[in-house]
Design a protein around this ligand. Structure first.
Ligand code: APR
Length: 264
C-alpha cells in the first residue's frame, strides 16, 4: 500500500480540484491493465512470441515484411484482451469520472478496458485493437468482416489492400485530433494523475510536463519509479494500480461525503 501521508496529500489535491471545479486529467499506460492479466508493453513476450520484441512487431516495416505473422500477433493480443476483464483500477477511474464534471482520460493502451469499465471520455492516443483499417487508404474495416475472412491478413473490401489494426505503430503519427485534445486537456488540468506508464514514449510522455508547466499538481501511481517521477511528479503513490486507485478513490469519496455532511 502507498505511504498514507502521501495518499493524504494526493486526496487533498483532488479535493481542491473538486472544490474549484477544476479539471482532472488522467494518463494511463499498460500498467493499469496488468491486473487484468495483460502483460505490459515492455514485459518480455511469452509463448509463441517469446523470440520477438513487441517493438519489432508493432511497426509498418514488420507488417510489410511478414504480414501474416504481425496479423497473428495482433489476433493473439486481441483474443487475450477480449477474455480479460476490467480490473479495480479501471473501475476506480470510471468512478472518479463521476465526481469531476471536467474529466479527461488519456490512454496509451489499445485494449478498450477503460470503455468496458464505464469510462466515458477516453482519448486513445495509440488506437484500439478492436478497430481495423486498410493499409493503403485507412478505409475502416468492420471486425465481423474479418470473422469469416480466409486470408490473414484479410483484404480491404473497398480497395483490396491489406487490413491492419487501427493502432499507432512505432514511427507513425498519432491521430492528430486526439493528440490536440490531449495536449489541450493537459494544459488545462488542475490535477494530472499518471497511472502505470514507464513514461518513455513520446508524445504521450510529454503530457505530464505540459500539465505541470501549466500549474497542475501531478500524482503518479506505479509500483516503481518511472522516467517521469523525478521530474514532474508531486505525489508518488508507490504500488499496483488495482490496489492504490481504489484506495485513492474511496478516500476521496469519504472526504467529499463528510464535507457535504458538515455543510448540510
Ligand atoms: N500497476 C501500475 N503500474 C504498473 C503495474 C501495476 N500493477 N505493473 C507494472 N506497472 C508499470 C511498470 O512499472 C511500468 O512503469 O507499468 C509501466 C508499464 O510500462 P510500459 O510497459 O513501458 O508500458 P507503457 O508505458 O504503457 O508504454 C507506452 O509505448 O511501446 C509503446 O505503444 C506502446 O502504449 C505503449 C507505449
Amino acid at each position: 500500500m502507498p505511504d498514507l501521508a502521501i495518499l493524504d496529500k494526493a486526496v487533498e489535491a483532488l479535493i481542491q480540484c473538486h472544490q474549484a471545479h477544476g479539471s482532472l486529467v488522467v494518463l494511463t499506460g499498460a500498467g493499469v491493465s496488468k491486473e487484468s492479466g495483460i502483460p505490459t508493453f515492455r514485459d518480455a513476450q511469452t509463448g509463441l512470441w517469446a523470440n520477438y520484441k513487441a517493438e519489432d512487431l508493432a511497426t509498418r516495416e514488420g507488417f510489410l515484411s511478414n504480414p501474416a505473422m504481425v496479423w497473428n500477433w495482433y489476433d493473439f493480443r486481441r483474443n487475450t484482451v477480449w477474455q480479460a476483464q476490467p480490473n479495480l483500477a479501471h473501475q476506480a477511474l470510471a468512478q472518479l469520472e463521476t465526481l469531476f464534471p471536467a474529466f479527461t482520460l488519456i490512454t496509451q493502451n489499445i485494449d478498450n478496458l477503460h470503455q468496458r469499465a464505464g469510462s466515458q471520455t477516453v482519448l486513445e492516443l495509440h488506437g484500439n485493437i478492436f478497430r481495423y483499417k486498410c493499409l493503403d487508404h485507412n478505409h475502416p474495416v468492420s471486425l465481423d468482416l474479418l470473422a469469416d475472412a480466409e486470408a490473414s491478413p484479410p483484404h480491404c473490401p473497398v480497395c483490396n489492400a491489406w487490413v491492419r489494426p487501427d493502432v499507432v505503430w512505432f514511427g507513425e503519427m498519432l491521430p492528430p485530433q486526439v493528440l490536440d485534445r490531449a495536449f489541450s486537456a493537459a494544459q488545462q488540468a488542475s490535477v494530472m494523475l499518471i497511472v502505470g506508464t514507464s513514461g518513455v514514449v513520446h508524445p504521450a510522455a510529454s503530457l505530464p510536463q505540459l500539465a505541470k508547466e501549466a500549474g497542475a499538481t501531478v500524482i503518479e501511481i506505479n509500483p516503481e519509479m518511472s522516467a517521469l517521477t523525478p521530474f514532474v511528479v508531486d505525489h508518488f503513490l508507490q504500488g499496483p494500480a488495482a490496489a492504490v486507485l481504489p484506495a485513492l478513490q474511496s478516500a476521496l469519496t469519504l472526504r467529499l461525503g463528510t464535507m457535504e455532511a458538515s455543510h448540510a
